[in-house]
Design a protein around this ligand. Structure first.
Ligand code: C2O
Ligand code: CU
Ligand code: CU
Length: 481
């Protein structure tokens, strides 16, 4: 059982004390070019894109306000929530390699918050970790340069002390896209799919049970799963595809604990990217396991005929201990409808066999192996302490992390600041190189990855990305200097 720290009092204080103002959604994101591109063949209103207010070349400057709001999230009563610029998910932050990015965060929440740019290789001062809380009523400017080679699909979310799960459950999460200077898949239609789930009470409020209630205890163990599955904040939205068309889907698992196993029945997908961007070569897959905070990009090929209808599903994936496994865990769940238009078949575009080169991190150069033993709620038998450094390493060093999960449920392990390459699982080498910032460590298994601490010294968090586990202290600190 996860170690109990009393967050309960704090939580209920937020729930009753804060005046949830009804704010109108700020209409960010109607930059004509981008919206036009998004609505050509789909009815999924992808989340809006943040408006760049900078007139300086290669500079992106945006404002994100985190604020209580009341939104219609499900059919029936409205929900008191938190939102970035009035939207759930928050608007997409879109930048290019080489850009200078400035984000003004305005905290209108009743509690401290941060924005963490999950997976980004940026200075620690802009990492939005618990070391840099932004107090209620205050603002903070995140300021960083986007490095070459980091193009990919990322996301942003709050990361304050022990409140991350609560703030994300209330609606604070959004997609971030880093575009390369030259995209080998230029011209292919894109969809951003932010996956999340939530649970609601009959009055429309978000169901965040007391930690010591039976459901609260299950949430602490499993991580909080919801029975309402959202794609871009909608239940079962529709994507249209022309016969023969190829689409690039950027998929983000923003759920607190649900692990997706994505599939389109009767057809394969081309898996082209992981957390840190494109693979060297596309890989044909039937399904993809997407653990918490992970991202994938896939090419979906419209192999069907005009008028055909299919779905994107999540297939059963057993990440649970038997005692708290949900009764319906073994049922596939539909996430979105994929509908073929009546257009005549389009000529599929050619997909390059090589997407890019990924540098090799050489295990012979590794100067240390860091062993992390994951048990239920603990890393190496400890819970998180802001005043303790768990791993100290030299800037520029290459090291191996050996993450051993000794318990009967999966723990997705995340490192801030540096993308890594997974080496093997239980001694079986991974089939090809990719950049990752989170790796799922299945029950009773050991995953090794290799990382080089380039460019940025500082204190970096590592943790289980099941938010309930993270908030209860399944987190440690790497100091690079
Ligand atoms: Cu998604 Cu510590 O992060
Ligand atoms: Cu992170
Ligand atoms: Cu965990």
């Amino acid at each position: 059982m996860v170690g109990l720290k009393s967050r309960t009092v704090l939580l209920s204080a937020f729930l009753c004390a804060c005046p949830f103002a009804v704010v109108t959604a700020q209409e960010h994101g109607h930059t004509a070019a981008r919206v036009d591109k998004e609505v050509t063949t789909t009815t999924v209103p992808g989340p809006a894109v943040l408006v760049n207010t900078s007139r300086v070349a290669n500079t992106v400057e945006v404002t994100i306000t985190a604020e209580p709001t009341r939104l219609s999230m499900i059919t029936g009563p409205t929900t008191s929530a938190f939102a970035y610029n009035g939207r759930i998910p928050g608007p997409i932050l879109e930048v290019h390699e080489g850009d200078h990015v400035i984000i003004h965060l305005i905290n209108k929440l009743p509690s401290p918050t941060t924005i963490h740019w999950h997976g980004m290789h940026i200075p620690v001062s802009s990492d939005g970790s618990p070391y840099h809380p932004v107090m209620p009523g205050k603002s903070f400017d995140y300021d960083f340069k986007v490095m070459d080679g980091t193009a990919g699909t990322y996301w942003y979310h709050p990361h304050p002390g022990t409140d991350t799960g609560f703030q994300i459950a209330k609606g604070l999460y959004g997609a971030m896209i880093v575009r390369p200077r030259v995209d080998p898949l230029e011209g292919i239609k894109e969809q951003v799919l932010v996956l999340s789930d939530n649970r609601f009470k009959a009055d429309g409020s978000i169901d965040l049970p007391d930690e010591l209630s039976p459901l609260g205890l299950i949430d602490q163990q499993n991580g909080r799963e919801g029975n309402v599955l959202f794609v871009n904040g909608q239940v079962m939205p529709k994507i249209s595809i022309k016969p023969g068309e190829i689409q690039r889907w950027r998929i983000i698992n923003a759920a607190a604990a649900r692990v997706y196993r994505l599939a389109i029945p009767g057809q394969t997908m081309l898996h082209i990217a992981n957390d840190g961007g494109l693979f060297e070569h596309p890989v044909e897959v039937k399904d993809i396991v997407l653990a918490n905070s992970e991202r994938v990009e896939v090419l979906v090929r419209g192999n069907g005929n005009a008028g055909d209808k299919t779905v994107l599903q999540t297939l059963p994936y057993d990440r649970y201990v038997p005692q708290t496994k949900p009764a319906d865990w073994d049922k596939p769940i539909d996430l979105l409808a994929l509908e073929y238009t009546n257009d005549t078949r389009v000529e599929p575009v050619a997909i390059p066999a090589t997407l890019r080169k990924i540098p090799v991190l050489d295990t012979l150069k590794a100067t240390a192996t860091r062993v992390m033993v994951l048990s239920q709620g603990f890393i190496n038998g400890k819970t998180h302490d802001m005043n303790r450094v768990d791993v100290t390493a030299k800037l520029g060093a290459t090291e191996i992390w050996q993450v051993e999960n000794i318990v009967g449920m999966d723990h997705p392990f995340h490192l801030h600041g540096f993308q890594f390459q997974v080496i093997d699982q239980d001694g079986v080498p991974v089939p090809f190189r990719s950049w990752k910032d989170t790796v799922n460590v299945p029950k009773h298994s050991t995953v090794r990855f290799i990382v080089r601490y380039d460019d940025y010294p500082g204190k970096w968090m590592f943790h289980c990305h099941i938010l309930d586990h993270e908030d209860h202290g399944m987190m440690g600190v790497l100091e690079v200097h």
